[in-house]
Design a protein around this ligand. Structure first.
Ligand code: ATP
Ligand code: MG
Length: 561
């Protein structure tokens, strides 16, 4: 069989890399990295960066490092390090033996800082954080120089050594680069490069009580690793001159920084800080809550790595920020699951149906197709008997116009089984229909009438006696606004109170008995579902709905629009 070869994607980043290869800028090397800060779980935005960095390395026979930018011990944790590694692997990428940590470079970074001081390019400042902020100026006003800016090199070296040795209080002094307090680029106004912070680091323990700032550590780490193309998001464009400045001062190897637009997804937030808030305040059950846009949440929801990778390829990379519609992500998972998820029948909100003319105590097995998209997946047997469950919404005592499903006197097809006709209903004391009475036509076994008679609807069902109970969780958007927190509003004000609906009492066909955690299915007509990796047990199934079969959201938006 010959595989279809899709043309290599092209975009401005790939063009730069191709040009660099042609001009032999980095000796023909392509070496990228994915540099997360281990202060939260990865989200779908990070997936874009992972696919890009690892993808470019693979495409150009290069390498991609995984490097933890772990310079802020108060916010970082080993739990995050582990989850990030798990997520990158799960997405299908491998850093091989190239796992690095900025904390591995702490000594070297310290030496770079000493070099800057020796060159008269850095000084120890005793101003408070507030004063530093006040001195910084604004976009329209230049900053003011600190009165400590003119300290001698000797004094600075001694003080910086003292900072490292723990002689000073947290926050009492910082080391700053000496650049230009009048620069139109605020990042160049003598940025802080080291601060005193007595915090235990998840890797270096209490070895250090001073920590480099992200901007100082990041560019140098890329340089130390020999990265050729430092790909980052647009907000770092204004930091590039600073990174360049640092590297020039110590005459270090110089990667090429390239900025691209970060992914923003409608109706959600992609900020670790805000996602952490949702976790800490118990708004969601954890980082891997299936409503979260985290990789672990999407995985638990039933997303596949292939779908996420396809999504990242579809959206591509651009230079301009925009919000990507959630329906694109949902399209990607539907496409993938349509091909691979076996179809089964599951009734989410059961309504009892009794087939009056079907013999008591009889049962038969009917053939059902596992996946019409994949004939190799074959068929299975589904038991049929006198008492069934159908979906409540598939019956109306008084059908609205164009309602073709079951109603008194109407005939429908039960998927893979028979035509049934509704003869009446049984109601409870509140007048609600609790049972639908039907007759079946034994000549329609398998779902076709020999006399050519047609029905307008086919509905799914399970046998009451043979089906097994299940719990199902239905999800909706976590937020009700396309851009939560827009215009300075509190993002939590637009939380969707109905983002989770739990249905107990669902019934699924017996082939699902014993399903392991993380198995994916299409419940015919109801969507794609996955057994929950945390709560589902082979004898107590819990399903998460990954996505509906059609883009109902777009329809709703159009109606409201
Ligand atoms: P957040 O804003 O969620 O806290 P971050 O940028 O602080 O994200 P990092 O751990 O620094 O998180 O990110 C690691 C890498 O992932 C960086 O190179 C960053 O550019 C990239 N990245 C983060 N968020 C996105 C996004 N929404 N789209 C694309 N790339 C992203
Ligand atoms: Mg960051």
């Amino acid at each position: 069989m010959c595989a279809t070869v899709s043309p290599p994607p092209t975009d401005f980043i790939r063009e730069i890399i191709r040009r660099d290869l042609e001009t032999n800028k980095f000796g023909g090397r392509v070496h990228t990295r994915f540099p997360p800060e281990p202060n939260g779980y990865l989200h779908i935005g990070h997936a874009k960066s992972i696919c890009l960095n690892f993808g470019l390395a693979a495409e150009f026979q290069g390498k991609c490092n995984l490097r933890f930018d772990d310079t802020n011990p108060t916010k970082e944790d080993i739990e995050y390090v582990e989850s990030i590694m798990e997520d990158v692997h799960w997405l299908g990428f491998d850093w091989e033996d190239r796992l690095f940590y900025a904390s591995d470079y702490f000594e070297q970074l310290y030496q770079f800082a000493v070099q800057l001081i020796r060159a008269g390019k850095a000084y120890v400042d005793d101003l408070s954080a507030d004063e530093i902020r006040e001195h910084r100026g604004t976009l329209t006003e230049p900053g003011k120089e600190s009165r400590y800016r003119c300290r001698s090199i000797e004094e600075n070296l001694g003080l910086f050594e003292g900072m490292r040795a723990g002689k000073f209080e947290d926050g009492s002094r910082v080391l700053r680069a000496k650049i230009d307090m009048t620069s139109p680029n605020l990042n160049m106004r003598d940025p802080v490069i080291y601060r005193i912070r007595r915090a235990t680091h998840h890797r270096t323990g209490d070895d250090w009580c001073i920590y480099p700032m992200y901007d100082f550590a990041h560019g140098f780490s890329d340089s130390i690793e020999g990265i050729t193309h430092s790909i980052c998001t647009l907000e770092f464009e204004d930091h590039r001159p600073l990174y360049d400045w640092f590297l020039e001062q110590v005459d270090a190897y110089h990667p090429q920084q390239i900025e691209f637009a970060r992914l923003s997804l409608g109706y959600t937030i992609l900020s670790k800080r805000k996602l952490l808030q949702l976790v800490q305040e118990g708004v969601v059950s954890g980082w891997n809550d299936p409503r979260m846009p985290t990789i672990s949440g999407l995985r638990r929801r039933g997303y596949t790595p292939e779908a996420i990778r396809n999504f990242c390829e579809t959206i591509g990379v651009a230079k301009r920020d925009s919000i990507v519609d959630m329906t694109l992500l949902e399209y990607a998972i539907r496409e993938d699951l349509n091909r691979r998820a076996p179809r089964v029948m599951g009734v989410l909100r059961p309504l009892k149906v009794v087939i009056e003319n079907y013999p008591d105590g009889q049962a038969e097995e009917l053939d059902a197709i596992n996946n019409p998209e994949n004939p190799a997946s074959g068929t299975r047997k589904v038991p049929f008997s006198k008492v069934l469950y159908i979906e409540q919404e598939d019956f109306r005592e008084v059908p609205p116009p164009k309602y073709y499903r079951l109603s008194p006197g109407k005939e429908v097809r039960l998927r893979y089984a028979y035509f049934v006709k509704c003869t009446g209903v049984v109601k409870n004391e509140n007048g609600e229909v609790v049972e639908v009475r039907c007759t079946y036509d034994p000549t329609t076994r398998g779902g076709d009438a020999p006399d050519g008679r047609k029905v307008k609807a086919t509905i799914h069902w399970v046998s009451a006696e043979h089906s097994i109970p299940a719990k199902v969780r239905l999800y909706d958007r976590l937020f009700t606004k396309p851009n939560p927190g827009e215009g300075g509003a509190d993002f939590k004000e637009s939380l969707n109170p109905n983002s989770l609906e739990v249905l107990t009492g669902c019934r699924v066909e017996p082939t699902l008995q014993g399903a392991a955690a993380g198995c994916r299915f299409q419940f015919e007509r109801m969507g794609y579902f996955c057994t929950d990796s945390v709560d589902s047990k082979p004898d107590a199934l819990v399903f998460n709905r990954t996505v509906q079969l059609r883009d109902t959201w777009a329809k709703i938006a159009a109606q409201q629009g």
